[in-house]
Write a protein that binds this ligand. Structure first.
Ligand SMILES: *Cc1c(COP(=O)(O)O)cnc(C)c1O
Length: 369
């Protein structure tokens, strides 16, 4: 927490705005719109997963439809496809950004069309804060009339060619879950490009109540709006967002330095100046063929022995029991390789110099560097 969150929450109590609407919700949305830039209309929601669910609905996805989806992601990206009875078509990543591979995407799309099942939408993810190949992915989507749901849950503050992630897709998704770069304890948002899309999102998120003095409903709605208490935390957090990004990026630089002279370990970094990652999590790849046999699991266990938490990269969806039966495209199997070799390292905005010393000591001991 930054410090001012409590002031906004106290104000909500003092004015009795304890509800899923109120001045903090409106204020947080305005803050996010200003931060994202472009012409955006933001709807604050109960979670990032809820935002993806509502985005898919607005993209016209329903039972039996197919949705192209980056396989290398967290289940919050892909589960809403299943909520709708639609079919996820899982697509491999490429090694530069670890995100959706434009070639595998094209291969997947063409094959689905050949089978008479033209996909309706594309769900692409800026994983760990690293922007995906925005130009290539969006050019393909545009040429093929695919609505893009841009999962920016981990990438608030990241940019591609100086434009904020979350503003490229037809629908941009943000998350403020407890583990994200800023948090409202739990929460999310949809970044829209028209007021109509935002209004429609809020309508669906508040039980789809028709305009009438009584409760009148002609379609299924959801209870997905953000609470005014949570939004108060969010307004306070907006004041420390850029500071958090600075600290997370400093952690990435720290890891670049300590692994600089370790053969076989590479830190995930931006490939060129088009990319700016918030480095929500810093992650490495450990190649046992170059480390003399040491694996990412050896390093994870060495950290664990010293009570330091690290975690393998996201297990691709096509390798998950829940998703095994769905089609997967990608001959290179890049994301399988990432899962096998990758480790997320301590990256929190609150790590101290003493914490960094402990982390470094484990690395030095493990790699004898
Ligand atoms: C966290 C996350 C989500 C879901 O957000 P919640 O607010 O936790 O529902 C979706 N996609 C990705 C990539 C995430 O990291």
């Amino acid at each position: 927490m930054g410090g001012t969150e409590r002031d906004f929450v106290n104000e909500a109590f003092d004015t009795n705005w304890v509800a899923p609407l109120g001045p903090n919700v409106n204020g947080f949305e305005k803050d996010l719109e200003a931060y994202q830039g472009q012409v955006t209309h933001v709807a604050a929601l109960s979670s990032g997963t809820a935002a993806i669910h509502l985005a898919l609905i607005q993209a016209g996805v329903g039972p039996g439809d197919e949705v192209l989806c980056q396989s290398f992601t967290f289940c919050g990206s892909s589960n809403p496809i299943l909520y709708l009875g639609a079919t996820p078509i899982l697509v491999d990543s490429e090694p530069d950004t670890w995100n959706i591979c434009p070639d595998a995407l094209e291969q997947a799309y063409k094959d689905r069309v050949k089978q008479g099942k033209t996909p309706k939408a594309l769900l692409a993810v800026h994983l760990y804060g690293m922007p995906y190949k925005v130009d290539a992915v969006h050019a393909f989507a545009k040429a093929n009339n695919l609505k893009v749901i841009e999962d920016s849950a981990e990438a608030l503050g990241s940019t591609y060619k100086n434009r904020k992630c979350g503003t490229f897709g037809d629908y941009g998704i943000l998350s403020f879950n407890g583990n994200k770069i800023i948090t409202t304890s739990g929460g999310g948002a949809m970044v829209c490009h028209t007021k109509e899309a935002k209004d429609r999102t809020v309508f669906l998120a508040t039980q789809a109540r028709d305009a009438a003095p009584h409760y009148q409903h002609s379609q299924v709605g959801f209870n997905y709006r953000m609470s005014n208490i949570s939004a108060g935390i969010g307004r306070g957090q907006m004041q420390v967002l850029d500071k958090h990004i600075e600290l997370r990026r400093a952690m990435n630089t720290f890891y670049q330095n300590i692994f600089k002279n370790v053969d076989g370990v590479t830190v995930q970094v931006e490939q060129n100046d088009d990319y700016f990652s918030n480095h929500w999590l810093s992650a490495i790849l450990v190649d046992p063929e170059k480390t003399g046999g040491l694996t990412r699991e050896d390093l994870r266990l060495a950290f664990e022995a010293d009570n330091i938490e690290s975690r393998p990269l996201w297990k691709p969806m096509h390798m998950q029991p829940l998703y095994e039966k769905y089609p997967y495209y990608g001959d290179d199997r890049t994301c399988e390789d990432l899962f096998e070799k990758g480790l997320c390292l301590p990256s929190g905005s609150n790590l101290t110099d003493a914490d960094r010393e402990r982390i470094k000591a484990v690395v030095v001991k493990t790699f004898d560097s």
